[in-house]
Write a protein that binds this ligand. Structure first.
Ligand code: PMP
Length: 445
């Protein structure tokens, strides 16, 4: 199967042409289209471990990792076997299964064991978008308030109210960040600069008793990596708590990736004493299948239907194949897995820094645990304005050179690079070998 070019060969270009005739832009999620780096997206035929192979038969060391889920690398044999076994028992029932209970219990146990028992109930959904959307709805129901605070450059999925961007002043209600989002819905969101406690205080002062929740990425990783400054999350939680607002900690990307209890687990292990009210998970929790979750204390979570008045549902929620992949992935994600990812990420991030220093091209490598990203600027990147204030055009030639040398990077400078436990010495060596040529191409742009 596959589309052939005029010479009869399988080709990414022929696939892209065919896809664009039937799918908007040829892709089912926009960043896949290579719009900001140019060129033809690689159509993946298969993937294994740290490598993806395109339809033309070329293999690449993959630093996209399905945008996070591939913690163990692609097609881990035990995960694939678990999904195959589940498939043989039936694809979807629309009725509860034992695996859902096991996965929910495993999530709670991991939080309790590697941090603190912060949550008592878990609801499984299919996407991170649903998890954060439901968390916001719960927070509104629990507080009887409508406004939500989010931070500029944080991404929480594509529900209307979270596709909002800052209005004219701090603490003013937000504007739609996408065509099709009603202004009245965006106006229920307040978008603040990240890592800015004064702005958060000002928003609470401007809207007393009206803010239901502050939603924040546990560590920002959707405008490049924006690590929370030490103490920022704790202070945010203190402020929100004092004002009667809930904290929704979005660990869709960081959860079970930066450590066994996510970013909050890392902060807690380092001595932090704050707690989120609701947590959202996605990506790794589904092991590459469509699965996400929200979790929190029973008194909050049991506001959800069928026990409470907050409606939420899903035909494929807790899908047995997705649950099987998630369970297998989390069970395999032991201390050694995190040690390997931390080590591989450290080597690559250090090499990026060193290579650009050698070439004389100023860059900043921002890090949060095993997550890191590159920005073409000097100086720390602490918020979205910083992230945008860079020579982003240098990324396209950098990306193209890496791709030509067999390394598939995220096709946007505003994305984190994802390592996995399957990235071994040979994979990392290919990345390091490719860096100098790519850095010179970026410097010359
Ligand atoms: N929250 C965060 C922090 C994310 O990174 C993402 C996806 N990149 C989402 C929510 C949305 O998840 P999904 O794409 O599964 O809807």
């Amino acid at each position: 199967p596959g589309v052939r070019d005029a010479a009869g060969s399988a080709s990414n270009e022929a696939e892209f042409d065919a896809a664009r005739g039937v799918i908007p832009g040829g892709v089912n999620s926009p960043v896949r289209a290579y719009a900001s780096v140019g060129g033809t997206p690689r159509f993946v035929a298969s993937a294994s471990g740290a490598r993806v192979t395109d339809v033309a038969g070329r293999d690449y060391v993959d630093l996209v990792g399905s945008w996070g889920p591939a913690l163990l690398g692609h097609a881990h044999p035990e995960v694939v076997a678990a999904v195959q076994a589940a498939a043989a028992r039936g694809l979807s029932f629309g009725a509860p299964t034992h695996g859902e209970t096991e996965l929910a219990a495993l999530v709670l146990a991991r939080l309790a064991e590697h941090a603190r028992p912060v949550a008592e109930r878990v609801r499984l959904v299919s996407t991170g978008t649903e998890a954060t959307m439901t968390a916001i709805r719960l927070a509104r129901a629990a507080t009887g308030r409508d406004l939500v605070v989010k931070f500029a450059g944080h991404y929480h999925g594509h529900s209307d109210g979270l596709l909002a961007e800052a209005g004219s002043g701090l603490a003013t209600q937000a504007l739609p960040a996408s065509s099709g989002v009603p202004a009245a819905i965006a106006a229920q969101t307040i978008v603040l600069p990240y890592n800015d406690l004064a702005a958060l205080g000002a928003a609470f002062d401007a809207h007393p008793g009206r803010i239901a929740a502050v939603i924040t990425e546990a560590a920002g990783a959707n405008a490049g990596v924006l690590a929370p400054e030490p103490g920022f999350n704790a202070a945010l939680a203190r402020l929100a708590g004092a004002e009667g607002a809930l904290v929704v900690l979005d660990e869709v990307l960081t959860g079970f990736r930066v450590g066994p209890a996510g970013w909050w687990g890392l902060e807690t292990a380092a001595g932090a004493a704050w707690e989120p009210d609701l947590l959202t998970f996605g990506k790794v929790i589904g092991g590459g299948m469509p699965l996400a979750a929200l979790a929190g204390r029973a008194s909050l979570m049991e506001l959800l239907a069928p026990l409470g008045p907050v409606y939420q549902a899903g035909t494929l929620s807790g899908n047995p194949l997705a649950v099987a992949a998630g369970l297998a992935t989390l069970r395999l994600a032991d201390a050694e897995v995190y040690r390997r990812i931390d080590a591989a990420a450290g080597v690559v991030a250090d090499a990026v820094e060193e290579t650009f220093a050698t070439v004389g091209q100023p860059v900043t490598v921002s890090r949060a645990g095993s997550l890191f990203s590159l920005a073409f600027r000097s100086g720390a990147v602490r918020d979205y304005d910083d992230a945008r204030d860079q020579e982003s055009w240098r990324y396209a030639p950098f990306f193209a050179s890496m791709l030509a040398d067999g390394v598939s990077l995220p096709p946007s400078v505003f994305e984190a690079w994802f390592l996995s436990a399957a990235h071994g010495e040979e994979d990392v060596a290919r990345v390091l070998d490719a860096l100098p040529r790519a850095a010179r191409a970026a410097a010359a742009a």
